[in-house]
Design a protein around this ligand. Structure first.
Ligand SMILES: Nc1ncnc2c1ncn2[C@@H]1O[C@H](COP(=O)(O)OP(=O)(O)O)[C@@H](O)[C@H]1O
Ligand SMILES: [Mg+2]
Length: 263
C-alpha cells in the first residue's frame, strides 16, 4: 500500500517525454492536491495534451516519476495501468465520441466492458451521469445529432462513467460560443462541488480559468514555468503569460501600445 502522507493526488517529478528525437516535456514537476482545480495554459504545441495524457496513463513517459493517488505509474505494467485508467476520466478535445454508437452506448461502453454491468445497470448509470451533466432524453441520439455543447457534456458524462477521482479536460470549451463555453466552465466547478473530484483543465482562455481554477500553470519549454493562484498568475512577468493576458484583452493592450509608438 502506498503511504498517503500527502494530500497530493497528482505528484510529478522529472517527467520527460520525447517524440521523434524532440523533447516535449523536460524534467517537468507539478503537484495537484485533492479536489483542486488546476488550469494549464501554454502555446500551441507546447505539450499540454501530451502532459495530461501522461498523467492519465494514456501515454507513457520516458523518464521521471508520476504518482497518481500515491501510486507510481511510470514503468507500471499494462495490467495495473488499466486500473489507474479507470480511476481517472479524460474529456477529449472535440469530445472524441464514437460516431457509430448512441449516447447510451458511448457512456455505457466502459462500465459494461470493464465492470461487467448488465444493460439494466448501465441504463441506470447512464441516466445518472447524464443528469449530472444536465442533459436529458438524449440516450438514443448519435453524436452527429448533438450540438457542440451537448457533445462536450456527453464526453464529460462518459469520462464520469467509472466514477473517477481525477478528471482531465483537454480544451473543453474550444470551438464553443461564449455562453455555451461559460456553461461548460460552470459544469467543471459543479463536478468538483458534487463529486469532490480533482480537475486539470487545459485551456487557452486565461480569464475563464481565472474564474474557475484554484491555480493556473504555464507550460513553457517543457516545464511548468509559472504556477500560481489566478490573481498572482495574471500579474506574472513571464513573457508568455504576458502574451496570454494581453491577447485576452481582445488586442486592446496591443492597440494602445501601437498608438503610443508614435505611428
Ligand atoms: N504521437 C506524436 N507523434 C509526433 N509528434 C507528436 C506526438 N504527440 C505530440 N507530438 C508533438 O508534441 C508537441 C506537443 O504536442 P501537444 O501535446 O499536442 O501540444 P499542445 O496540446 O500544447 O498543443 C507538438 O509539437 C506535437 O507535434
Ligand atoms: Mg492540445
Amino acid at each position: 500500500m502506498p503511504t498517503s502522507h500527502t494530500r497530493n493526488v497528482i505528484e510529478v517529478e522529472g517527467l520527460t517525454y520525447t517524440v521523434d528525437g524532440r523533447t516535449i516535456l523536460a524534467d517537468l514537476a507539478i503537484a495537484v492536491s485533492k479536489a483542486e482545480i488546476v488550469g494549464v495554459v501554454g502555446a500551441s504545441g507546447s505539450g499540454k495534451s501530451t502532459l495530461i495524457k501522461c498523467l492519465a496513463a494514456l501515454t507513457s513517459a520516458d523518464a521521471g516519476s508520476i504518482l497518481i493517488n500515491g501510486r507510481q505509474i511510470v514503468g507500471m505494467p499494462e495490467r495495473k495501468l488499466k486500473e489507474v485508467r479507470s480511476e481517472v476520466g479524460f474529456v477529449f478535445q472535440y469530445s472524441a465520441l464514437f460516431d457509430s454508437m448512441t449516447v447510451f452506448e458511448n457512456i455505457a461502453l466502459a462500465p459494461m466492458r470493464r465492470l461487467s454491468y448488465t444493460r439494466t445497470q448501465a441504463m441506470e448509470l447512464v441516466r445518472e451521469k447524464l443528469q449530472l451533466v444536465q442533459l436529458d432524453g438524449v440516450q438514443d441520439y448519435y453524436p452527429g445529432q448533438l450540438s457542440g455543447g451537448m457533445a462536450k457534456r456527453v464526453g464529460l458524462a462518459r469520462a464520469l462513467a467509472l466514477e473517477p477521482a481525477i478528471l482531465f479536460y483537454d480544451e473543453p470549451t474550444s470551438g464553443l460560443d461564449p455562453p455555451t463555453a461559460r456553461s461548460i466552465d460552470e459544469l467543471i466547478v459543479d463536478m468538483r462541488r458534487q463529486l469532490g473530484v480533482t480537475s486539470v483543465v487545459v485551456s487557452h482562455d486565461v480569464p475563464a480559468l481565472a474564474r474557475i481554477a484554484d491555480r493556473i500553470a504555464l507550460l513553457d519549454g517543457g516545464k511548468i514555468a509559472v504556477m500560481a493562484p489566478p490573481q498572482e498568475f495574471v500579474r506574472s512577468d513571464h513573457p508568455v503569460v504576458r502574451q496570454f493576458v494581453s491577447a485576452d484583452n481582445f488586442g486592446i493592450a496591443d492597440a494602445e501600445k501601437h498608438s503610443t509608438d508614435g505611428t
